[in-house]
Design a protein around this ligand. Structure first.
Ligand SMILES: Cc1cc2nc3c(=O)[nH]c(=O)nc-3n(C[C@H](O)[C@H](O)[C@H](O)COP(=O)(O)OP(=O)(O)OC[C@H]3O[C@@H](n4cnc5c(N)ncnc54)[C@H](O)[C@@H]3O)c2cc1C
Length: 516
């Protein structure tokens, strides 16, 4: 065996280029994990360039990120104008007029080791009409506009569910900046205008700012957004374009005055050439329309958005352009791309901030020495590729598990060639109600069940083991879960009241130019 046991040169300086959500999350994660080590972390950002300024809905995993940083949830809620999120409501996806919620939690609970939905399918196939949703506490609470923190006793309904946040991402970046600066991260204002590469290794040696300052480091984290200043402009890593599968390539966004009941969920409404989001925060509602410009003009897309706002707009409509896909390598030489610089899949399931978190976690686990062994980079890229692939398939599922054919876009999805990984998943479900489990990937079986059943893609049969119980047994077990779920919701606080008692804003947050 030929192991390289030469002298390892430890990393002493890290430069993070970019101060959006990705840059400050990375700075917070690294500075927290490496606080006892002699590593200098410097973040460079340019006010002149600004941030993308959207990204308000999250997945439950962000709680673990905040917890690991020692962030107090109440303070976080207050400082970022956050609301709680129990899932996403999808309107008009299966058929016009349909709606369902993809919850952060299981349906019912397994019976004799068999997933609950098989018993529901057996009931359904025997004429029973209860919705699968009636066995999900987070769905019922969301529908009632209620929220509580999960109880401590996992055996009780009302305990076993996840939740995430909807927040103002520019405030989150500011919040993390304070955290990072208190922890010793140095922030430099300036625009990177040049990059010096080592002639021997091709590694990035330094970036030059517009005022002539030269910033050298051993490791560079590219958080420069869609530009990919280091990973692409300097290293020319290449991009895997996934427009064939996720063709939506533009968005318009605008915040509006909050109106009506405060809802603990995000809404995604399908449109003729894309879909529209509605994200309720404490002080306003975030709205956006993601679309494929092949089938709708920018003006029409903006009109669709502004004509369906629930309250007056609070800013001008912001236009965004993107190409779905990912960098061929998210870690290339001594540059790791985290955030939009690494790739972007559309925001339908609020996965971007989660992918940032995955990138930070993998980087900490595989943290290199200054040589940046290619094998560490390969492992990082393998893991992140899997994460991106899984998210891509799950997003695509929403567009293909549908009966809609009322516009060019929906007809396009009817005729597309799917990735093999998604075909496998769909076949296992439609033939026997089975969800193939992945070793990696953020979306667990209940999420797949939610979307497939919610969009009327039903299996022809269920797990045979569900026949081992008598019909009456199944009826009584499922009915107990259903009635306990409704009872738990009736005891749950109104979402707005809960926020008020827990983390309401103390002052009105001024709108920033880049909001939402
Ligand atoms: C339409 C849309 C909706 C979205 N919705 C969601 C959502 O609901 N949930 C979710 O999780 N994610 C969402 N996202 C994604 C989310 O916005 C991003 O993942 C997140 O904001 C991170 O962005 P970023 O920090 O990578 O890039 P940016 O916000 O673009 O930040 C880039 C940073 O790099 C700096 N920079 C760039 N070039 C230079 C340079 N030359 N010199 C110095 N500094 C430089 C900029 O100043 C800035 O600080 C959405 C994205 C889009 C486009």
């Amino acid at each position: 065996m030929n192991l390289n046991q030469g002298n390892s040169v430890t990393i002493k300086r890290i430069c993070i280029l970019g101060g959006g959500t990705a840059g400050w999350m990375t700075a917070a994660g690294l500075s927290n994990k490496f606080k006892l080590l002699d590593i200098d972390i410097q973040l460079v950002e340019s006010d002149q360039i600004g941030t993308v300024g959207v990204g308000e809905a999250t997945l439950p995993h962000i709680r673990f990120f905040n917890n690991a940083l020692g962030i107090d949830e109440r303070e976080f809620m207050r400082e970022t104008s956050a609301t709680f999120k129990l899932g996403i409501e999808f309107c008009d996806w299966g058929r016009l007029g349909d709606s369902y919620i993809h919850p952060f939690g299981d349906y019912g609970e397994p019976i004799e080791g068999v997933d609950f939905h098989h018993f529901w399918l057996r009931l359904l196939q025997n004429g029973h009409k209860n919705r699968l949703d009636d066995y999900s506490f987070p769905i019922l609470a969301a529908e009632a506009g209620k929220f509580q923190l999960p109880g401590k006793d996992n055996s009780k309904i009302g305990s076993n569910f996840g939740y995430a946040y909807q927040f103002d991402s520019s405030l989150y970046a500011k919040f993390l900046r304070r955290y990072c600066e208190a922890g010793g991260v140095r922030r430099t204002e300036g625009k990177a205008v040049d990059t010096i590469l080592s002639p021997e290794t091709g590694f990035v040696e330094s970036v030059t700012l517009d005022d002539g300052t030269i910033i050298s480091a051993d490791l560079f984290i590219d958080c420069s957004g869609f530009r990919g200043v280091l990973i692409e402009q300097a290293l020319e890593t290449g991009y895997d374009d996934w427009s064939e599968w996720l063709p939506c390539n533009r968005a318009v966004a605008v915040p509006s005055e909050a109106r009506g009941k405060s809802l603990p969920y995000t809404r995604a409404t399908a449109r003729k050439a894309g879909w529209q989001w509605r994200i309720p925060l404490q002080h306003r509602t975030g709205n956006g329309h993601v679309y494929w410009n092949e089938y709708i003009s920018d003006d029409e897309a903006a009109h669709q958005l502004t004509s369906t706002l629930e309250g007056p707009a609070l800013a001008d409509v912001k236009q965004l352009y993107f190409k779905t896909g990912k960098r061929r390598k998210l870690w290339n030489k001594n540059v790791v791309a985290i955030g939009l610089s690494g790739g972007f899949l559309e925001p339908l399931e609020s996965t971007s901030i989660h992918l940032i978190q995955e990138g930070i976690t993998a980087l900490i686990e595989l943290f290199p020495d200054a040589v940046c062994d290619e094998r560490d980079a390969d492992e990082y890229n393998r893991r992140m590729d899997l994460n991106f692939d899984r998210v891509r398939d799950f997003l695509l599922l929403h567009y293909v598990a549908t009966q809609r054919d009322d516009s060019e876009m929906w007809r396009y999805f009817r005729n597309m060639t799917l990735p093999d990984s998604l075909i496998e998943k769909l076949e296992a479900w439609t033939t026997r109600g089975y969800i193939l489990r992945y070793e990696h990937g953020v979306f667990l079986p209940p999420s797949w069940v939610a979307v497939m059943a919610g969009q009327n893609l039903m299996p022809s049969t269920y797990d045979r083991r569900a026949d081992a119980l008598t019909f009456d047994d199944i009826l009584s077990k499922t009915e107990q879960i259903r009635s306990e779920s409704f009872a738990a919701v009736s005891r749950t606080a109104d979402h707005a009241d809960f926020i008020k008692s827990y983390g309401a804003q103390t002052s009105v947050v001024p709108l920033t130019a880049t909001a939402p």
